[in-house]
Design a protein around this ligand. Sequence first.
Ligand SMILES: NC(=O)c1ccc[n+]([C@@H]2O[C@H](COP(=O)([O-])OP(=O)(O)OC[C@H]3O[C@@H](n4cnc5c(N)ncnc54)[C@H](O)[C@@H]3O)[C@@H](O)[C@H]2O)c1
Length: 392
Amino acid sequence: MTPTQALSSPVRMGLVGVGWMGHLHTRALRRLRDHYPDLPEPQFVIAADSLAGQEAEARSRLGYEQFSTDWREVVSHPDVTAISVTAPNQMHAEVCIAAARAGKHIWGEKPLGRDAHETAAIAAAARKHDVRTIVGFNYRHVPLVQHARSLIEAGELGRLTRVRGTFLADYAADAAGAFSWRFERAKAGSGVLGDLMCHVVDLLEHLAGPVHSLVAQDSITHTHRPLPTAGAGTGASHFAAGGGDLVPVENEDHVNCLARFDNGATGSLEVGRALVGPHVSMGFEIHGTAGALAWNFERMNELRFYTRHPSGGDGFSTVFAAAAHGDFSRFQPGTGIPMGYDDLKVIEASRLVGSIVDGHPYGPTFDDAERATAVVAGMEASMRSGAWEHVL
Ligand SMILES: NC(=O)c1ccc[n+]([C@@H]2O[C@H](COP(=O)([O-])OP(=O)(O)OC[C@H]3O[C@@H](n4cnc5c(N)ncnc54)[C@H](O)[C@@H]3O)[C@@H](O)[C@H]2O)c1
């Protein structure tokens, strides 16, 4: 969309935070015309980043007409109708609440707030000002996750008995990896609870229903990390090497949690960022009285489905993503041709734009983020008390 074109689209984007997610949100919105041509094409009005050096990226690479180092210029911009908030966690509450007050629709990222209090305040502001919202729980949009949900709803697994979710990663496995905002409580809030566990909670509740009660424990694998080498930006801060003084890590690297679900199933939720071995092993195993399902993001286009065959010879079969599953047909023409992570953000962008055009939410919304954060808050209470906690 060239800068000179009239501001005709109902979706006129602002962006706060030109890092990994800032790039991905913008690319996803640009790809709507390829995969959702029935939706209006967004226009890109203004981007903000506290690093002035991000201006060239925002303008020439991402195509925003204007740039500022002050996010308030995005929220107050008269031409902006929707905002992507992709700055670090400590900025989410202030920016999202100001955006809602200004009547802007919001594409937020997880964790929405640094704790349950912030998340509740953000969700309340969005409801009060009646703006459309979507939050970055992108694993819901995986076509085979959508298929898994329909199998469970259709009773193909019978009564659910065991539910297990994991998000095991290695981005902090290297003790020499740099200290970034993710390890600082004032900036990130919690560690893997906010970064990874909220994804697992949202996905399991989307598939298996609400968590009723739980007990949790946490640990820190590398207690100190080197500060980043001078001049290194925060961009892609997951992976930067450190060269400075050692400073203490302020939040958890690993959490294990046992859980009971409202429907009587029992199970576990486990996340870790400092593991040697798995890279992005996000997934679930769900067992019922008549069948079972297993899925892992590292093999996103395959679902393991166990069902009893009338002719005997029970066993898991591998279902490959196909046109009948979720939004797959908008991305690939045939079964087994893989979709990727970035495609999930295009689906997410379509849910935001669709909700703005149709005037009602498609989700996951800020209310869903508030629910996931309530479960995570139960885990934090249990990590302090060492006891089982009931989820409110
Ligand atoms: N949904 C997902 O799967 C997913 C994946 C990665 C990150 N995230 C979330 O997205 C958010 C951003 O993460 P990221 O990996 O893109 O981080 P990043 O470090 O790559 O980028 C953050 C950007 O925000 C900028 N910034 C910092 N303070 C600012 C301020 N006051 N005003 C404007 N800009 C500011 C930084 O300069 C940087 O360019 C985080 O909340 C993170 O948890 C979600």
